[in-house]
Design a protein around this ligand. Structure first.
Ligand SMILES: NC(=O)c1ccc[n+]([C@@H]2O[C@H](COP(=O)([O-])OP(=O)(O)OC[C@H]3O[C@@H](n4cnc5c(N)ncnc54)[C@H](OP(=O)(O)O)[C@@H]3O)[C@@H](O)[C@H]2O)c1
Length: 442
């Protein structure tokens, strides 16, 4: 890799240790190799890959990753005095945690793309980094290649972020887009995502919303200064969405997206991730396939959109290597730890879901019998929930056959809507439990 001419007695090289050389790690190695000259100029020192930890050293890897650098022993990376920055792209929780702590305690800065680990134990890791006077950077952990972390941490540091609404799980977005555009069932769309390499063989953490919740925990720290545990984020996946929901949503002028929603109400935060109907003409409704987007709202700035490829080897490597450059620059300038010291987070109250107000899409599957509509409407009415629009489907199938009735409500407290639905579950005409999807007017 390109070295920088010795002129001012400044350090000439920054040594890198890579933990993991899979999808993201190979992208990192490729970018470091292809961009070596430009990166050296931007850092003011050459970036030198010194050691690479993998599980299986015999596996065939890209030519950019020489076999001589590979090791299966973590200490050969963490204790190597030539390594100044450790890049953790191996995933998992406990081992990655131990290796990062080991690196920080040894005075090495760390760059990580590990969203699960940062969501669950980011507070401890950030404290350790500050105590050691080094950096912990994590742009690659949220939104793949889109610069959402840096936007919140640097660009909007002068403003107060009041809201963050995003599409941050490419697998969910691809599946929902396929269901809408190609008419696929959920299972068929998931199989297609797996065939194209967009979804893991076990896609449950994506489809169940946990991956999006991890990302919200990380972003809430930067956007709202909140130390959030994943249990505080109301999390729902897309497993219950059926083709009929897409069709009816479209009839009403909406599309279904899996959203990450954070709002700062001053006294309380709203933190949730779930499928939602968004107006078909809104920006987020038009983020399709595996793309990601986050719509931020600054008190002074107003809206700000970050949009792009939210996963994959090269986009994620762009984020990881840009963190490496930032951290390496600080090392060269003798101010390691500068970026991380500015991140502050405290416990903040989170609004109970029942107290959150929004409009709702409610789909009932009922037997087509006289008086059914009156039962539905009066139960919602008793709970103080008023109906704004209504469609019914399947009534031509004949008396007693199942029919779908979909209502859009006016704004209501979620607790009120849920009370009405609980009441209706035991109604004699109810064929299956009502399906509720929130509406987000983004
Ligand atoms: N893939 C994406 O698009 C993406 C996007 C954003 C963030 N991320 C995050 O980036 C991280 C890596 O994801 P990935 O998709 O690159 O994973 P991956 O393809 O499974 O690669 C993992 C790499 O780490 C190595 N490894 C795993 N556990 C190890 C252990 N205990 N000891 C030594 N080496 C170990 C593996 O070694 P072998 O090669 O020998 O098996 C492999 O090289 C994860 O935290 C993920 O959440 C991924």
């Amino acid at each position: 890799m390109q070295s920088v001419p010795a002129s001012s007695g400044k350090r000439q090289r920054v040594g890198l240790g890579l933990l993991g050389c899979g999808t993201v790690g190979s992208g990192v190695v490729e970018l470091l190799h292809a961009g070596a000259t430009g990166l050296a100029q931007r850092v003011g020192a050459s970036l030198e890959l010194v050691r690479v930890l993998v599980r299986d050293a015999a596996k065939v890897r890209s030519d950019d990753c020489p076999r001589a650098l590979l090791t299966t022993r973590p200490d050969e990376v963490l204790a190597d005095p030539r390594v100044d920055v450790v890049i953790e792209v191996m995933g998992g929780e406990q081992e990655a945690f131990e290796y990062i702590v080991g690196a920080l305690d040894a005075g090495k800065s760390v760059v990580s793309a590990n969203k699960l680990l940062l969501a669950r134990r980011g507070d401890v890791l950030l404290e350790r980094a500050v105590a050691a006077g080094v950096d912990l950077a994590f742009e690659g952990a949220v939104g793949g290649g889109i610069p959402i972390v840096r936007t919140l941490r640097e660009a909007l540091v002068s403003d107060r972020v009041t809201a963050l609404v995003g599409i941050l799980n490419g697998t969910c977005n691809f599946v929902l887009s396929r269901m809408l555009d190609q008419g696929d069932s959920l299972m068929a769309a998931v199989a297609e995502a797996q065939r194209l390499g967009y979804a893991e063989a076990d896609a449950s953490i994506d489809l169940g919303g946990q991956d999006a919740a991890h990302k919200l925990c990380i972003l809430a720290r930067l956007a709202f200064g909140a130390a959030v545990r994943e249990q505080q984020v109301h999390t729902e996946g897309i497993e219950g969405i059926e083709p009929i929901d897409h069709h009816v949503a479209e009839r009403f002028g909406y599309r279904i997206k899996h959203l990450v929603i954070g709002r700062d109400h001053g006294d309380e935060l709203e933190l949730r991730t779930h499928p939602a109907l968004v107006p078909a003409r809104s920006v987020l409704a038009n983020v399709s396939g595996v793309l990601n987007a986050a719509l931020l709202e600054g008190a002074a700035l107003g809206p700000c959109l970050v949009y792009g490829r939210g996963a994959g080897a090269r986009p994620t490597a762009v984020s990881v290597v840009s963190d490496v450059v930032a951290v390496a620059r600080d090392i060269v300038a003798g101010v390691a730890g500068l970026q991380t010291r500015g991140i502050r987070a405290a416990e903040r109250p989170v609004r109970a879901l029942g107290d959150v107000e929004s409009r709702f899409y409610v789909r009932f599957t009922v037997r087509d019998e006289p008086g059914v509509m009156a039962v539905l409407a009066s139960s919602l009415g008793r709970a103080g929930v008023s109906i704004e629009q209504l469609v019914q489907d399947g009534l031509t199938r004949g008396h007693g056959a199942p029919a779908s009735v979909v209502m859009l409500t006016h704004r209501a407290r979620e607790a009120a809507v849920r009370a009405a639905l609980a009441d209706l579950r035991s109604a004699p005409a109810m064929v299956e439990p009502p399906r509720l999807i929130r509406i987000e007017e983004t």
